[in-house]
Design a protein around this ligand. Structure first.
Ligand code: FMN
Length: 223
Protein backbone atom coordinates (compact mmCIF):
# COMPACT_ATOMS: atom_id res chain seq x y z
CA UNK A 1 0.00 0.00 0.00
CA UNK A 2 1.63 3.33 -1.04
CA UNK A 3 2.14 5.93 1.67
CA UNK A 4 -0.10 9.02 1.62
CA UNK A 5 1.62 11.94 -0.12
CA UNK A 6 2.41 15.47 1.09
CA UNK A 7 3.50 18.59 -0.84
CA UNK A 8 7.26 18.99 -1.24
CA UNK A 9 8.70 21.66 1.06
CA UNK A 10 11.48 23.11 -1.04
CA UNK A 11 14.67 24.63 0.30
CA UNK A 12 14.72 28.02 -1.40
CA UNK A 13 17.82 30.01 -0.47
CA UNK A 14 17.74 33.70 -1.27
CA UNK A 15 20.31 33.00 -3.96
CA UNK A 16 20.33 31.92 -7.56
CA UNK A 17 21.16 28.22 -8.10
CA UNK A 18 24.61 29.28 -9.36
CA UNK A 19 25.31 31.40 -6.27
CA UNK A 20 23.96 28.71 -3.94
CA UNK A 21 26.03 25.96 -5.56
CA UNK A 22 29.12 28.16 -5.63
CA UNK A 23 28.80 29.11 -1.95
CA UNK A 24 28.39 25.49 -0.94
CA UNK A 25 31.48 24.58 -2.94
CA UNK A 26 33.44 27.34 -1.19
CA UNK A 27 32.47 25.87 2.17
CA UNK A 28 33.16 22.25 1.18
CA UNK A 29 36.43 23.08 -0.54
CA UNK A 30 37.83 23.97 2.89
CA UNK A 31 37.11 20.53 4.32
CA UNK A 32 40.29 18.62 5.11
CA UNK A 33 40.94 15.36 6.88
CA UNK A 34 42.63 16.07 10.19
CA UNK A 35 44.94 13.68 12.05
CA UNK A 36 45.94 15.96 14.95
CA UNK A 37 43.04 16.80 17.23
CA UNK A 38 42.65 19.10 20.22
CA UNK A 39 41.04 17.63 23.35
CA UNK A 40 38.74 20.67 23.50
CA UNK A 41 35.25 19.37 24.36
CA UNK A 42 32.37 19.30 21.91
CA UNK A 43 28.85 19.22 23.38
CA UNK A 44 26.82 16.04 22.81
CA UNK A 45 24.05 18.11 21.24
CA UNK A 46 26.43 19.02 18.39
CA UNK A 47 26.88 15.31 17.73
CA UNK A 48 23.10 14.88 17.81
CA UNK A 49 22.57 17.57 15.15
CA UNK A 50 25.34 16.19 12.97
CA UNK A 51 23.88 12.68 13.13
CA UNK A 52 20.39 14.04 12.42
CA UNK A 53 21.82 15.50 9.19
CA UNK A 54 23.39 12.17 8.27
CA UNK A 55 20.02 10.55 8.89
CA UNK A 56 18.43 12.70 6.17
CA UNK A 57 20.30 10.68 3.52
CA UNK A 58 18.38 8.80 0.87
CA UNK A 59 18.55 5.01 1.13
CA UNK A 60 17.53 1.97 -0.88
CA UNK A 61 13.77 1.40 -0.31
CA UNK A 62 14.09 3.90 2.57
CA UNK A 63 15.57 1.22 4.83
CA UNK A 64 17.98 3.69 6.49
CA UNK A 65 20.53 0.91 7.04
CA UNK A 66 22.86 2.83 9.35
CA UNK A 67 23.69 3.30 12.99
CA UNK A 68 26.03 5.93 14.40
CA UNK A 69 27.64 5.11 17.75
CA UNK A 70 29.06 8.19 19.49
CA UNK A 71 31.93 7.38 21.84
CA UNK A 72 33.36 9.85 24.37
CA UNK A 73 34.22 7.50 27.27
CA UNK A 74 38.04 7.69 27.65
CA UNK A 75 38.32 4.00 28.58
CA UNK A 76 36.43 2.98 25.43
CA UNK A 77 38.47 5.36 23.26
CA UNK A 78 41.62 3.80 24.71
CA UNK A 79 40.37 0.27 23.91
CA UNK A 80 39.54 1.36 20.37
CA UNK A 81 42.96 2.98 19.93
CA UNK A 82 44.82 -0.12 21.15
CA UNK A 83 42.81 -2.44 18.85
CA UNK A 84 43.03 -0.07 15.87
CA UNK A 85 46.78 0.35 16.28
CA UNK A 86 47.21 -3.44 16.38
CA UNK A 87 45.40 -3.74 13.00
CA UNK A 88 47.18 -0.73 11.56
CA UNK A 89 50.59 -2.02 12.65
CA UNK A 90 49.83 -5.34 10.94
CA UNK A 91 48.74 -3.40 7.85
CA UNK A 92 51.79 -1.12 7.63
CA UNK A 93 54.31 -3.84 8.52
CA UNK A 94 52.84 -6.86 6.70
CA UNK A 95 49.48 -6.64 4.90
CA UNK A 96 49.89 -3.53 2.73
CA UNK A 97 51.24 -4.00 -0.79
CA UNK A 98 54.31 -1.93 -1.76
CA UNK A 99 52.08 0.06 -4.15
CA UNK A 100 49.62 0.87 -1.36
CA UNK A 101 52.42 1.97 0.97
CA UNK A 102 53.85 4.15 -1.80
CA UNK A 103 50.41 5.73 -2.30
CA UNK A 104 50.19 6.47 1.43
CA UNK A 105 53.68 7.89 1.74
CA UNK A 106 52.76 11.46 0.68
CA UNK A 107 50.18 11.54 3.48
CA UNK A 108 52.83 10.68 6.08
CA UNK A 109 50.57 8.23 7.93
CA UNK A 110 51.78 5.27 10.02
CA UNK A 111 50.26 2.87 12.56
CA UNK A 112 50.28 5.31 15.47
CA UNK A 113 46.78 6.73 16.05
CA UNK A 114 46.94 9.01 19.13
CA UNK A 115 44.01 11.02 17.77
CA UNK A 116 41.70 8.12 18.66
CA UNK A 117 42.17 9.14 22.28
CA UNK A 118 42.66 12.88 21.86
CA UNK A 119 39.55 13.67 19.80
CA UNK A 120 36.59 14.28 22.12
CA UNK A 121 34.32 12.07 20.03
CA UNK A 122 34.63 8.98 17.89
CA UNK A 123 31.61 8.39 15.68
CA UNK A 124 31.63 4.73 14.72
CA UNK A 125 29.39 4.15 11.71
CA UNK A 126 27.80 0.74 11.29
CA UNK A 127 25.90 -0.53 8.27
CA UNK A 128 22.95 -2.79 8.93
CA UNK A 129 23.07 -6.18 7.19
CA UNK A 130 19.40 -6.60 8.21
CA UNK A 131 17.02 -4.07 9.74
CA UNK A 132 16.66 -4.22 13.51
CA UNK A 133 13.52 -6.35 13.05
CA UNK A 134 15.29 -8.78 10.69
CA UNK A 135 14.06 -7.47 7.32
CA UNK A 136 16.14 -7.03 4.17
CA UNK A 137 18.10 -3.91 3.21
CA UNK A 138 19.13 -2.81 -0.28
CA UNK A 139 22.10 -0.91 -1.70
CA UNK A 140 23.54 -0.76 1.77
CA UNK A 141 27.04 0.46 0.86
CA UNK A 142 25.65 3.19 -1.38
CA UNK A 143 23.14 4.29 1.26
CA UNK A 144 25.59 4.33 4.17
CA UNK A 145 28.27 5.96 1.99
CA UNK A 146 25.88 8.82 1.19
CA UNK A 147 24.91 9.16 4.87
CA UNK A 148 28.62 9.36 5.78
CA UNK A 149 29.13 12.07 3.16
CA UNK A 150 26.36 14.10 4.77
CA UNK A 151 27.84 13.40 8.20
CA UNK A 152 31.24 14.73 7.11
CA UNK A 153 29.61 17.78 5.51
CA UNK A 154 27.64 18.46 8.72
CA UNK A 155 30.79 18.13 10.86
CA UNK A 156 32.58 20.59 8.59
CA UNK A 157 29.62 22.98 8.52
CA UNK A 158 29.68 23.00 12.36
CA UNK A 159 33.26 24.28 12.21
CA UNK A 160 34.69 20.98 13.40
CA UNK A 161 37.11 18.55 11.81
CA UNK A 162 37.03 14.82 11.18
CA UNK A 163 39.04 11.96 9.77
CA UNK A 164 37.58 9.16 7.67
CA UNK A 165 39.43 6.26 9.26
CA UNK A 166 39.40 2.58 8.22
CA UNK A 167 41.62 0.48 10.52
CA UNK A 168 40.68 -2.76 8.75
CA UNK A 169 39.51 -5.34 9.46
CA UNK A 170 37.20 -3.38 11.73
CA UNK A 171 35.43 -6.28 13.48
CA UNK A 172 36.99 -5.15 16.78
CA UNK A 173 34.67 -2.11 16.79
CA UNK A 174 31.51 -4.24 16.95
CA UNK A 175 33.06 -6.30 19.73
CA UNK A 176 34.31 -3.41 21.87
CA UNK A 177 31.06 -1.49 21.48
CA UNK A 178 28.85 -4.52 22.09
CA UNK A 179 26.89 -4.12 18.86
CA UNK A 180 24.31 -6.70 17.71
CA UNK A 181 25.15 -9.13 14.85
CA UNK A 182 23.17 -7.22 12.19
CA UNK A 183 25.56 -4.23 12.51
CA UNK A 184 28.83 -4.23 10.53
CA UNK A 185 31.52 -1.59 11.09
CA UNK A 186 31.76 0.83 8.15
CA UNK A 187 33.87 3.84 9.19
CA UNK A 188 35.55 5.20 12.31
CA UNK A 189 35.31 8.99 12.39
CA UNK A 190 37.10 11.02 15.09
CA UNK A 191 35.44 14.41 15.48
CA UNK A 192 36.64 17.56 17.22
CA UNK A 193 38.66 20.71 16.82
CA UNK A 194 42.04 20.51 15.10
CA UNK A 195 45.05 20.76 17.42
CA UNK A 196 46.72 24.17 17.66
CA UNK A 197 49.18 24.41 14.79
CA UNK A 198 47.61 21.41 13.02
CA UNK A 199 48.99 20.95 9.51
CA UNK A 200 47.62 18.85 6.65
CA UNK A 201 49.24 17.51 3.47
CA UNK A 202 49.33 20.10 0.69
CA UNK A 203 47.41 17.96 -1.78
CA UNK A 204 45.66 19.03 -4.96
CA UNK A 205 42.16 18.03 -5.99
CA UNK A 206 41.41 16.97 -9.56
CA UNK A 207 40.24 19.88 -11.69
CA UNK A 208 36.67 19.91 -12.96
CA UNK A 209 37.70 18.80 -16.45
CA UNK A 210 38.97 15.54 -15.00
CA UNK A 211 35.94 14.69 -12.93
CA UNK A 212 33.07 15.99 -15.08
CA UNK A 213 32.08 14.66 -18.52
CA UNK A 214 29.14 15.94 -20.55
CA UNK A 215 26.93 13.61 -22.55
CA UNK A 216 29.29 11.38 -24.58
CA UNK A 217 32.48 11.94 -26.53
CA UNK A 218 31.86 12.90 -30.19
CA UNK A 219 33.77 9.89 -31.53
CA UNK A 220 32.47 7.47 -28.91
CA UNK A 221 32.94 3.83 -29.78
CA UNK A 222 30.78 2.68 -26.86
CA UNK A 223 27.50 1.10 -27.89
C1 FMN B 1 37.01 5.40 2.51
C2 FMN B 1 38.17 6.20 3.07
C3 FMN B 1 39.05 5.60 3.93
C4 FMN B 1 40.10 6.34 4.50
N1 FMN B 1 40.91 5.74 5.42
C5 FMN B 1 41.86 6.48 6.03
C6 FMN B 1 42.62 5.91 7.09
O1 FMN B 1 42.42 4.77 7.50
N2 FMN B 1 43.59 6.68 7.67
C7 FMN B 1 43.81 7.98 7.28
O2 FMN B 1 44.69 8.64 7.84
N3 FMN B 1 43.08 8.56 6.30
C8 FMN B 1 42.09 7.84 5.68
N4 FMN B 1 41.30 8.43 4.72
C9 FMN B 1 41.47 9.87 4.44
C10 FMN B 1 42.13 10.12 3.09
O3 FMN B 1 43.51 9.85 3.17
C11 FMN B 1 41.88 11.59 2.70
O4 FMN B 1 40.50 11.77 2.53
C12 FMN B 1 42.61 11.97 1.43
O5 FMN B 1 44.00 11.95 1.66
C13 FMN B 1 42.19 13.36 0.93
O6 FMN B 1 42.43 14.33 1.91
P1 FMN B 1 41.26 15.30 2.41
O7 FMN B 1 40.23 14.42 3.07
O8 FMN B 1 41.95 16.25 3.37
O9 FMN B 1 40.69 15.99 1.20
C14 FMN B 1 40.27 7.71 4.13
C15 FMN B 1 39.35 8.31 3.26
C16 FMN B 1 38.31 7.56 2.75
C17 FMN B 1 37.30 8.25 1.86
Amino acid sequence: MPLPTIPIVRFSPDLSPTEGACRFFEVMNRRRSVREFSDRPVAPEVIEWIVRSAGTAPSGAHKQPWRFVAVSDPALKREIRVAAEAEEREFYERRATPEWLADLEPLGTDWHKPFLETAPWLIVVFKLAKTDDGCGVYYTNESVGIACGLLLAAIHHAGLSALTHTPSPMGFLAKILGRPPNERPFLLIPVGYPADGCRVPDLARKPLEEILAWNRPAASTHQ
